[in-house]
Design a protein around this ligand. Structure first.
Ligand code: IVH
Length: 685
């Protein structure tokens, strides 16, 4: 087999390019279809690089379908928008068999006793893709985006061996739609080599597939060995008409696309339910992640008569699998203390892979939750992902409880050196450490002050804050502004230059806008949205603090709870002193700004309330709220019937999630937050 870079290829670049393209496509197939690669990754990369070099030297030979294709020599990290000829709709969900049956009844009613054939398809947990072929050539591969406009990822998609760059016998225009996914075996392989080379592991196959498609360099996508299942067509112009979905799938298969062999036809809902039940039992038997069963009406005429709502067809439904549960050992229950003193118990778990990622910690929320669940250190516990996102301890497996396991008792005192007392104010669910000098709270307050959503001090992250407080250089936020380069240089891991950088970053933070200062205080209930409203209304930090509760509460988006929480905070002598010290050390209190230049966003969320709970990757909670506000929305702290969406990340509050689920509020996982911001639409699972 000749595969590597061949000598003298430059003499006939056209032949070499053709050879490389064929070879790369073959290796791609060997790699993921047969699991039997003939060459190491490095050699594959060399071939891709050679191809790219030849193509850039011979632009007239560079075809869009090349596995090395890069537009204009370098693909862009931002992808061109593509307006879908036929919108890519989403699907309504059925969360259990009852909801599925209710959908079946609606279909039967709408079709008024006609015979119905249902098609059941595995719901692949990947990324929807629309492949547009004109005269048999793949011209555009686009992501779903908001359903109307997606992103052009053609160069990357061309590296997927399952997707033919050219079709024989295709109608003049055909859009083939389906799911790009990363096979589980590939995911494990890639992670095994990542761990050998010390690279960061991929989180789960879906994230990995999404990340792979967003690569700047298609050769990176090629190495990720993605796959594809076709399940639908978009625009089709010309060619033999089809009258059923199944015929459409057969045609797509005959054009060379992989169509899932587990697709089944059913002539009654009872059969559909059987298929769904069996799919739950066998969900782990496959080499790809499946998160449900898509049930569709087969007959295209019937589909037409049923029509669609604005976002989803009435003729299809996604039956979602119940959340996956796993058991693991509860190693211990520990308590973390936040910046406002809230003491939150959390489970320390033997790491377990559940719902797509490894879980080693899960919040237990509060004292009562631990008691209600009666989980005890040493127990085997059931763990799942609530809302498919948040790790949750469901309860103990009582039959496995070790002899002598004692109920967990909430500690009376904080673990901090002050051993400060924990109290549970009557009527409140939370237990608090009420000692403002508690070093744990203090650390969290400084971390919060420096965080990106507040004063945004580069280089002053959790680790450095801990070093500073341990060295007793920082006792509160005010001390940050009297640090010197010499002091910082003494800390482990710092040199002169890095110390100077940190001090410069602290200095820059003296000129932050007033709302950041207000946010940075970490006052209970006061987030960036209300801080911005207050700063604009009063013009300075001091004016906000010195106003009375009533005046503050009158500001749009503030209200009594926030207003009086600020009042209480400012009534405490140490807090007043802190404010004075910050002002004396040159922290600006009166910079009130509109949106910064270049930071004006489209009002995608105008008038919509988006609640954010838990961590959004790459953003602090406050930044996440600020992002909503910047797009015309509001970011309240609690879920109500008026909430447009609940964004949930790691560490989210279960009560918010439960309430949202009860009220039918859409839940958006934190890793889809940017889609929500960009489009204002609820991203579909
Ligand atoms: S059909 C109008 N079939 O699920 C119908 N979708 O929740 C459009 N998906 O965005 C979709 N497997 O990414 C369909 N067999 C399947 C599917 C499937 C996975 C995804 C797809 C879609 C999402 C909707």
């Amino acid at each position: 087999m000749t595969s590597g870079a061949s000598e003298g290829s430059e003499s006939d670049p056209m032949a070499r390019i053709a050879e490389l393209r064929t070879e790369l496509a073959r290796h791609n197939r060997l790699y993921h279809e047969l699991d039997d690669p003939e060459i190491p990754d490095a050699e594959f990369d060399l071939m891709v690089n050679e191809l790219r070099r030849l193509e850039s030297q011979n632009p007239d030979l560079a075809a869009a379908d090349s596995p090395g294709a890069v537009v204009g020599g370098m693909a862009s990290a931002t992808f061109a928008p593509v307006v879908h000829a036929v919108p890519m709709m989403s699907l309504d969900n059925a969360m259990d068999i009852d909801e599925l049956m209710a959908w079946g009844e609606r279909v039967e009613r709408a079709l008024d006793g006609e015979a119905i054939t249902f098609v059941c398809e595995p719901k692949i947990d990947g990324l929807a893709m629309s492949l547009r072929y004109v005269d048999g050539e793949l011209v555009t591969a686009a992501t779903r985006g908001d359903g109307r406009v997606g992103e052009d990822v053609t160069a990357n998609v061309l590296t997927i061996a399952d997707i033919p760059p050219r079709l024989a016998g295709a109608p003049p225009v055909i859009e083939v739609r389906g799911e790009v996914y990363m096979p589980k075996s590939v995911f494990h392989d890639l992670n095994a080599s990542a761990s050998q080379s010390g690279e960061r592991a991929l989180v789960n196959p879906r994230n990995a597939a999404a990340g792979s498609l967003r690569q700047k360099d298609p050769s990176v996508t090629a190495r990720r060995r993605l796959s594809f299942w076709a399940y639908q067509t978009g625009e089709v112009a010309g060619g033999e008409p089809v009258t059923s979905h199944r015929q459409g799938l057969d045609r797509v298969a005959s054009l060379g696309f992989p169509v899932n062999p587990r697709i089944t036809l059913c002539s009654a809902m009872a059969e559909v339910i059987e298929v769904c039940r069996s799919a739950i039992d066998h969900r782990h038997d496959l080499d790809y992640d499946v998160d449900g069963v898509v049930v569709k009406v087969d007959d295209l005429g019937q589909r037409e008569r049923m029509g669609s709502t604005s976002r989803a067809p009435r003729w299809a439904i996604a039956f979602k699998f119940p959340p996956e549960e796993r058991t693991t050992k509860l190693l211990d229950i520990e308590v973390s203390v936040g910046r406002t003193g809230r003491a939150t118990p959390y489970a320390v778990l033997e790491p377990v892979f559940v719902g797509g990622s490894t879980v080693s910690m899960a919040t237990l929320h509060n004292r009562e939750q631990v008691a209600v669940k009666d989980v005890r250190p040493g127990d085997t516990v059931i763990v799942r992902k609530a809302g498919d996102v948040i790790p949750e301890v469901v309860g103990p497996v009582l039959s496995d409880r070790p002899v002598g396991a004692e109920p967990w008792v909430f500690p009376i005192r904080c673990e901090c050196p002050l051993r400060s007392e924990f109290v549970q104010p009557s009527g409140e669910a939370d237990t608090r450490c009420v000692e403002p000098a508690c070093p744990f709270q203090r650390d969290q307050r400084v971390i919060y002050w420096a965080s990106r959503g507040a004063m945004d001090i580069e280089g002053l992250g959790e680790r450095t804050v801990m070093q500073l407080t341990e060295a007793d250089l920082v006792r509160d936020v005010g001390d940050v502004y009297s640090l010197t380069v010499d002091q910082v240089e003494e800390l482990e891991g710092f040199a002169r230059i890095s110390a100077e950088k940190l001090i410069a970053a602290i200095d820059v933070s003296r000129s932050r806008p007033a709302w950041r200062v207000l946010t940075g205080f970490g006052i209970r209930h006061l987030g960036p949205a209300a801080s911005q409203a207050l700063a604009s209304a009063f013009g300075s930090v001091r004016a906000v603090l010195e106003a009375d509760d009533e005046a503050r509460a009158a500001v749009d988006g503030v209200g009594e709870v926030i207003a009086s929480s600020i009042g209480q905070w400012f009534a405490e002598a140490p807090n007043r002193e802190l404010v004075d010290r910050l002002e004396a050390s040159g922290v600006a209190f009166d910079i009130v700004e509109g949106p910064a230049q270049g930071e004006e966003f489209e009002a995608t969320l105008a008038g919509r309330a988006v609640v954010v709970t838990g961590a959004v990757p790459g953003l602090s909670r406050t930044e996440a709220s600020a992002a909503v506000v910047a797009r015309g929305g509001t970011a309240p702290g609690s879920v109500s019937g008026k909430t447009y969406a609940l964004v949930v990340g790691e560490g989210a509050g279960a009560s918010k999630l439960t309430k949202a689920e009860k009220l039918g509020i859409p839940i958006v996982p934190a890793d889809r937050f940017d889609e929500l911001l960009a489009t204002g639409e609820i991203p579909q699972p």
